[in-house]
Design a protein around this ligand. Structure first.
Ligand code: NDP
Ligand code: MG
Length: 400
């Protein structure tokens, strides 16, 4: 079989590095066409030497010049491009067969959309694309014949246990008609699941990014602590699986071994289990429908010992409630939620916003933007994103 030709958007991040780890295990099956990064130029340089892509893409001219000079000095033939148009170009080039969408945040949306429009196999880690523009993105996937493979571990688990016909064409019927009752999305509960509520105002960024089970980028780690990550994943599941909001339930499962489940109408519940290592869903997406070695050790259920489940506490995790509210509100509300969350998390990590300030900011911006945003085109959604960021910065300016 001809090898898959891969573009990895966000190769210097946590998902990008795990993807390259899987590629390195199967050099005959995968060839790297392009790698992209933003700030970690040393890492991108080293990745280019190891995987010899045709292109490396960075954000601006300055970074491109630095990387170009370093690669030349190392004898690399990789060509360096920059800017959003270049990201879209390497995501849609004719020779590319698969695109790993692993840029963090709304910045990942346009190149991911470009990959879908070019009919690629899209390995979707960037959940923000679906939160920002779920309906539009799914319409383009269907219209352009792209193959969408969820990489987020929960959605990958759900994908694995859905009937094949349904997972490959979820908009050709409904969950009900495919014999399903609901999706059971598991959540670890993050580092603050049992922390006393009256100490949450003292939470530091270092504590928030220290996830008990998963090693991930900083933004998604804070989202996991606040459970906004699960909220974004509920929205992601709604679009990926053509599910109604009431067909999606969240279960806190602290061991992170059951990656998610579906319940069929006959009462059967099917789950996918595994070690909490993103190389499993990445390898699944890369080789689908075949299976390949991901490099992950066997799951030792004896050392796991027990699997616990509890209901999420919405007083402890107001971000989860806000995400459900935004999904129910419809329109551009989830785009507003996503943008406000990105500003809030960045302010928490870098500018001293306290941890309870994250949901406070998001709730205020959602209220502010209601009735002022539309979702009927990509431009309207991008306007909603911009408006929400402006309102979020104004909220921060008032706070300080
Ligand atoms: P990281 O922060 O580790 O990596 C993000 C990547 O995006 C890096 O390559 C970074 O470059 C690049 N990047 C950052 N900002 C921009 C920008 N404005 N334009 C272009 N590129 C940019 O994130 P993760 O790998 O953890 O997550 C990536 C995506 O996958 C997120 O959407 C996340 O929600 C999702 N995801 C991640 C999981 C995980 O286990 N990590 C699990 C499930 C989903 P550089 O580092 O060079 O600055
Ligand atoms: Mg997840």
């Amino acid at each position: 079989m001809a090898p898959q030709v891969l573009t990895i958007l966000g190769s210097t991040g946590s998902i990008g590095v795990s993807t390259l780890d899987v590629v390195a295990r199967h050099p005959e099956q995968f060839q790297v066409y392009a790698l992209t990064g933003a700030t970690q130029l040393d890492k991108l340089h080293d990745q280019c030497l190891a995987f010899a892509p045709r292109f490396a893409v960075v954000l601006d001219d300055g970074a491109a010049e630095v990387l170009r000079a370093r690669l030349k000095a190392s004898g690399s033939e990789t060509e360096v491009l920059c800017g959003e148009a270049a990201l879209e170009a390497v995501a849609s080039a004719t020779i590319v067969t698969a695109v790993m969408a692993a840029i963090v945040g709304a910045a990942g949306m346009r190149p991911t959309l470009a990959a879908a429009r070019a009919g690629k196999r899209v390995l979707l880690a960037n959940k923000e694309t679906l939160v920002l523009a779920g309906r539009l993105f799914m319409d383009e996937v269907t219209r352009c014949g792209a193959t969408l493979l969820p990489i987020d571990s929960e959605h990958n688990a759900i994908f694995q246990v859905l009937p094949r016909a349904y997972r490959e064409a979820p908009y050709a019927s409904t969950l009900r008609d495919a014999g399903l009752k609901r999706i059971l999305l598991t959540a670890s509960g993050g580092p603050f699941r049992t922390r006393s509520l009256d100490t949450l105002a003292q939470v530091t960024p270092e504590e928030a990014v220290r996830h008990p089970n998963w090693s991930m980028g900083r933004k998604i780690s804070v989202d996991s602590a606040s459970m906004m990550n699960k909220g974004l994943e509920v929205i992601e599941a709604r679009w990926l699986f053509n599910a109604d909001v009431d067909e999606i339930a969240v279960l806190v499962h602290p061991q992170s071994v059951v990656h998610s489940m579906v319940e069929y109408v006959d009462g059967s519940v099917l789950a996918q289990l595994g070690a909490p290592d993103m190389r499993i869903p990445i390898a699944y997406g890369m080789a689908y429908p075949a299976r390949i070695d991901s490099g992950v050790a066997s799951l030792d259920l004896f050392s796991v010992g027990r699997l616990d489940f509890e209901a999420p506490d919405l007083a402890r995790f107001p971000c989860l409630r806000l995400a459900f509210d935004a999904l129910r509100a419809g329109g551009a509300a989830t785009a507003v939620l996503n943008a406000a969350n990105e500003v809030a998390v960045a302010a928490f990590l870098d500018c001293g916003l306290d941890y309870p300030g994250i949901p406070a900011l998001i709730e205020s911006v959602l209220g502010d933007c209601v009735g002022q945003t539309r979702a009927d085109s990509l431009d309207a959604l991008m306007d909603a994103d911009v408006l929400a960021r402006e309102r979020a910065h104004a909220w921060l300016a008032r706070r300080h």
